[in-house]
Design a protein around this ligand. Structure first.
Ligand SMILES: [Zn+2]
Length: 445
């Protein structure tokens, strides 16, 4: 047993940051507590996707009131203010630097007032570090399109503005002012707008928030995407105004940074136009969101970076695959959230440097090796494939815990290694070797 794994059971819980940086009684949050410091940038290359062969990939430090994030960084998703089946202490032990929760889910349950009263999201869930909340737009609008029909979808030439998954009831309607939707919990009617999202997110108290935007899908028509980008810009202006009002009126709280989100689907001109609109507003950072086809995910990041001041940190919302992470890092992404490691882990899909496999396959029933040879995570240094396979088949919750710890460790450390490769000047070699090995057997990732 290594010192590292020993400490997970013996170390006391980390101390909470009782006094976040830049919070003083009776004063608005100090905006200088949030800033991005760039360390190393990838050299330009003839293959660079940015203007003049620019490559925007970089390392840096994102300073926030609840602590620093070394970037590029992986951001595990604690949807409802919790990693499913894994304690925050374990997330700290496996190296996670920050967590992202969903404003929509926390609004529904327990309600933003509870988190405000608790002292904000980090304190509420005993997470000793920076937090993000998304705006709620993704969840609200995906009620309209049907769940899981939004990112990296198979378009098959379909074009329709009335996108809705087969067999799903339409549950969200967009108008100029906002979105009306039916709660999936109890069917009651609710409304989200720029102002409502900002009020909710200020009460949730995360270090980094996102402006309320309209999520479109790749099946919407070009005309719809154009109108939607303009609407998202009008909502972004309202978000900035409401955010400033709330920052000035909610005294004694740490500053919360606000990222504007760039939509525009796969269209280069729309993405560039949306990016320059978002760049013109007083946001702290940029969220790269919306429907994107996998083959041009890196190009989309580069188009946006072309139009954006480099001082602004960039978050890529909801990506899911190892090759997408490399494409987004190379083209300027600083932070990345993804539900895949936890969701896949609960289904038995285990990520390794040699690709993804399902631990519930019969061959692992008598396999007493670790989930991944050489992995230093808590699961791999204490438990076997045979045991994790058994737990998952028996629907034992410890199976979810152990599989999730390994998968989150995989992604957190993949980003740590990518960061080291940029600083060390060997990113291209590391990318090529890692992707060749991960996809050698054609595994999905
Ligand atoms: Zn492991």
């Amino acid at each position: 047993m290594t010192a590292n794994t020993e400490s997970i059971v013996q170390a006391p819980a980390p101390q909470l940051v009782e006094h976040p940086r830049g919070a003083e009684p009776g004063k608005p949050g100090d905006r200088s507590a949030f800033r991005f410091e760039q360390t190393t940038r990838l050299p330009d290359s003839p293959n660079g996707k940015g203007k003049g062969g620019a490559r925007y990939g970089r390392t840096g430090i994102l300073h926030t009131p609840h602590g620093d994030i070394k970037t590029p960084a992986f951001v595990p998703v604690a949807t409802q203010g919790a990693m499913k089946a894994v304690l925050p202490e374990s997330m700290t032990q496996l190296g996670a630097q920050c967590l992202l929760s969903n404003a929509f889910h926390l609004y529904e349950r327990p309600g933003e007032d509870v988190l405000d009263e608790a002292g904000g999201l980090a304190k509420f869930m005993n997470w000793n570090g920076p937090t993000f909340t998304d705006s709620g737009g993704f969840q609200v609008l995906s009620l309209g399109a049907g769940f899981k029909k939004t990112l990296a979808m198979d378009v098959k030439g379909m074009k329709s503005d009335d996108v809705i998954a087969e067999g799903k009831e339409r549950m969200a309607f967009v108008d100029e002012d906002g979105v009306t939707f039916k709660s999936p919990l109890n069917g009651s009617l609710h409304r989200f707008s720029a102002e409502i999202s900002m009020n909710i997110q200020h009460k949730l108290g995360a270090d980094i928030m996102f402006a309320f935007d309209e999520l479109t899908t790749l099946m919407n028509t070009r005309r719809y995407q154009e109108n939607s980008v303009e609407r998202t810009y009008r909502w972004a202006q309202r978000c900035v105004a409401e955010h400033e009002r709330l920052t000035q009126s909610r005294l004694g709280k740490p500053y919360q940074a606000l990222y504007g989100v760039v939509q525009g689907a796969n269209y280069e001109d729309l993405r560039r136009h949306a990016a320059s609109q978002i760049a013109s507003l007083d946001f702290d950072g940029v969220g790269i969101g919306g429907a994107m086809e996998k083959r041009i995910i890196g190009d989309i990041c580069a188009w946006i970076c072309d139009e954006m001041p480099e001082s602004r940190p960039r978050h890529v919302l909801g990506i899911a695959a190892v090759d997408d992470i490399f494409a987004c890092v190379e083209n300027g992404g600083d932070t990345f959230d993804c539900v895949a490691p936890a969701r896949c882990g609960r289904n038995g899909a285990i990520f390794t440097r040699d690709g993804r496999y399902n631990i519930k396959r019969a061959q692992y029933k008598h396999d007493f090796g670790p989930l991944e040879e050489g992995c230093q995570c808590y699961t791999c240094t204490h438990y076997t494939r045979a045991y994790v396979d058994h737990l998952l088949r028996a629907h034992e919750m410890n199976g979810f815990t152990l599989a999730t710890i390994h998968n989150e460790y995989f992604f957190v450390h993949l980003l740590d290694d990518i960061r080291a490769s940029i600083d060390g000047g060997y990113f291209d070699e590391f990318r090529d070797e890692t992707l060749a090995r991960f996809y050698a057997n054609g595994s999905r990732g």
